[in-house]
Design a protein. Structure first.
Length: 451
């Protein structure tokens, strides 16, 4: 032994939790999503343990623990540090849910056997247990067979499962997309029948499901399923209005706006974040309300500005954070902005290239251009200028003048302050002035014109 201390991994900690529960005389298995992911060959994001130990018995075994849902039999066990964070594992007592009067959460629970616990879960692929000590799968619901056949099936009566928690309508779509599964016909029929009931779920939970769906590489399939099942019309009716809006010329139609939107989303990088994916989904959301027609083409004047308003409305309705809402709205409004990048004044181009989410905007431009059959010259030009101006410090140089400088020049604070500072900044970014003296001379010129 060389005395080296090796940090425990999430998986090792989850095995240790099962071992300690078993040593205390209880049943204990891994449960739910971590079992599914392990069988798929995916590294689980976290591990959950299910046991017949009651919450107070779990806490007696694991002194470092927190009640996160003791009334539902859930205790979070705190482990050793991994990096700068403590390992954690949720331990839940086998339970059945008594009723769901609000269609969102159980009114009460009763503790039960492992098999009864499995039967109250949502989908067969999430209803399996795994014994990591004996390396044995415990499958009361046929989850392994469905996983191997790539079938997403509700456990028992799908209508009952969706009635218990309406968010499962969206979770079914997300799981089917993520794991490239077909939704079992009766389960799919229940989703379509109950799709409009998703609105009883809180906006925050719906938004979280959308973040997960849009942040996944299989996001296009997820959006298709949301639309096909009717869930999209319930949560994002503005997006559903894209169906039937023509693309291309009247004399040469090229699908509809929904197909174009899916094409744009599909051309994003696989690792695109959900903010970029959401903006891609909404980039043309203003077109249905602004559609016009001339003899030879369809027009959508101002759709990007109208789209920004709709995007802000949607993000507000879903209770997105202010920063998320601002990012999505900005990307929607600017999704055509760089088309003229090669002929823009430097000051105008630098202002947008210096924006916090310019990388996302460039990816959105690229995807939209490719989906529209257009060239990428404007995107590549913007990329080159962004790199060039970043490297030489010209993208966002320190302002030549500030408000305090204007006061020293004898100007009284007022409405003219901003116009003077904007004029100096624009000239600086255009490269027509490069020093404080030249900036002061420009202020003198502007003031003389006003006298």
């Amino acid at each position: 032994m060389d005395g080296t201390i090796t940090e425990m991994t999430d998986r090792e900690f989850a095995i240790d939790v099962v071992r300690r529960l078993r040593e205390a005389g209880f049943e204990a298995f891994w449960a739910g999503g971590c079992v599914r992911d392990e069988l798929f060959g995916i590294q689980p994001g976290d591990y959950d343990v299910a046991t017949n130990a009651k919450p107070d018995q779990v806490r007696a075994i694991f002194r470092r623990s927190i009640e996160v849902g003791a009334s539902f039999g859930v205790i979070e066990v705190i482990g050793p540090k991994l990096g700068n964070k403590h390992l954690k594992c949720q331990v839940a007592t086998f339970r059945t849910d008594v009723s769901y009067s609000d269609g969102r959460r159980p009114d009460a629970v009763t503790f039960c056997t492992a098999q009864e616990d499995a039967l109250r879960r949502d989908f067969t692929i999430n209803g399996m247990f795994y014994d990591p000590l004996e390396e044995k799968l415990i499958d009361y619901v046929g989850g392994q067979a469905d996983l191997q056949a790539r079938i997403l099936r509700a456990i028992g009566d799908p209508r009952a499962r969706f009635t218990e928690d309406k968010l499962r309508l969206m979770r079914a779509v997300r799981f089917a997309a993520r794991f490239r599964m077909q939704i079992e016909p009766e389960t799919a029929a229940a989703i379509r029948e109950m799709a409009d009931q998703i609105t009883v779920v809180s906006a925050e939970r719906i938004a979280d499901e959308l973040r997960r769906l849009l942040g996944d590489p299989q996001r296009v399939r997820g959006l298709q399923l949301l639309s096909e099942t009717g869930v999209m019309a319930a949560i994002l009716p503005e997006v559903s209005r894209m169906h039937g809006v023509p693309q291309g010329l009247p004399s040469a139609p090229n699908g509809d706006l929904w197909e174009h939107t899916l094409d744009v989303v599909g051309r994003l990088p696989a690792d695109a974040n959900y903010l970029l994916a959401f903006a891609a989904l909404l980039h043309d959301v203003g077109k249905p309300a602004t559609m016009g027609r001339t003899p030879d083409r369809y027009t959508f004047h101002g759709h990007e500005h109208h789209g920004r308003v709709i995007a802000e409305t949607i993000a507000t309705r879903l209770r997105f954070a202010n920063a998320e809402r601002a990012c999505i709205a900005w990307l929607v409004e600017k999704h055509q902005y760089l088309a003229d990048a090669p002929v823009m004044r430097p000051s105008k181009l630098k202002a947008v290239l210096a924006a916090p989410h310019i990388r996302e905007l460039l990816e959105l431009h690229r995807a939209d251009a490719l989906a529209s059959g257009k060239g990428l010259d404007h995107v590549e030009f913007a990329h080159r200028k962004l790199q060039e101006w970043t490297d030489n410090g010209e993208l966002a140089p320190v302002p030549l003048l500030t408000g305090d400088d204007l006061k020293q020049l004898g100007l009284e604070p007022g409405p003219a302050f901003k116009s003077y500072l904007d004029a100096v900044r624009e000239a600086q970014l255009d490269g027509t002035i490069t020093s404080r003296d030249e900036a002061c001379a420009l202020i003198d010129q502007l003031r003389s014109k006003e006298r």
